[in-house]
Ligand binder design. Structure first.
Ligand SMILES: [Zn+2]
Length: 242
């Protein structure tokens, strides 16, 4: 699904566009001057379907790589399959990379999520030994894409920011914040850090907000971030998403 000349939405489950496996996060394809990069990888179920969408969006070519916002299985469970199928590098914040390399269900929040029925019974996270940790700042080889540490939703969480040639700034916010300023407070969330991370994204003055679930916002991204901050300021814990 082409969003504009720079970004496609190539995957997303039942909390989003229903393009790929129901349990997938949104998966974006960003076209940079150094090839196309995926942001998040879905849960790994139905990986052939997702790979076909990626390939279709790129006229059969492979993307240059993928970045992960965080280690929760709906975002990172597809990394191992992408490495196997496409041989592309997968990069993530250092803490996320460690979690994805090991794939421990408890530390990924998957044990509790399986118990709560958030994934199909029998779902297993595919650890991905090839995920490399990156620092804050410019992502190597990704055409100016920048990693912005945004902890809060979980301990290690990274938003990615990209400014296109026309000056449009895109913020890929993972599970930090969604359209209309909705925020997830999960078992491993830190609300104080989450608020600070919202401010960090707002300081980038993004135009386009590309969250890990739900509706992508193609203009006026800052309005949505301000709604989330306003909820904090008014002492309203934001409603969980789905
Ligand atoms: Zn998450």
């Amino acid at each position: 699904m082409r969003l504009d000349g720079t970004v496609d939405l190539v995957g997303g489950g039942r909390l989003g566009p229903g393009l790929s496996n129901p349990y997938d996060s949104n998966v974006y394809l960003l076209r940079t001057g150094e090839g196309a990069w995926l942001v998040d990888t879905g849960c790994g179920l139905g990986r052939a379907e997702l790979a076909a969408r990626v390939s279709g969006a790129l006229d059969g070519r492979a993307p240059a790589g993928a970045v992960l916002t965080h280690a929760h299985p709906d975002h990172a469970g597809g990394a191992a399959g992408l490495v196997d199928d496409l041989g592309i590098p997968v990069l993530a914040g250092a803490g996320t990379a460690r979690l994805v390399r090991v794939g421990d269900h408890d530390r990924l929040g998957l044990t509790a999520a399986l118990r709560a029925g958030l994934y199909p019974a029998g779902y297993r996270f595919a650890a991905c030994a090839a995920v490399a940790g990156i620092e804050a700042g410019t992502v190597p080889g990704a055409g100016g894409l920048r990693a912005l540490p945004t902890p809060g939703h979980c301990e290690d969480h990274t938003a990615y920011v990209f400014t296109g040639g026309d000056g449009t700034t895109y913020a890929f916010t993972g599970d930090l914040v969604f359209a209309r300023g909705r925020v997830v407070v999960a078992a491993d969330s830190d609300v104080r850090l989450l608020r600070r991370s919202l401010e960090a994204v707002l300081a980038e003055r993004p135009d386009v907000l590309l969250p890990g679930h739900g509706t992508p916002v193609l203009s006026d991204a800052r309005w949505h971030l301000e709604r989330a901050l306003e909820a904090f300021d008014q002492g309203r814990l934001p409603a969980a998403f789905g």
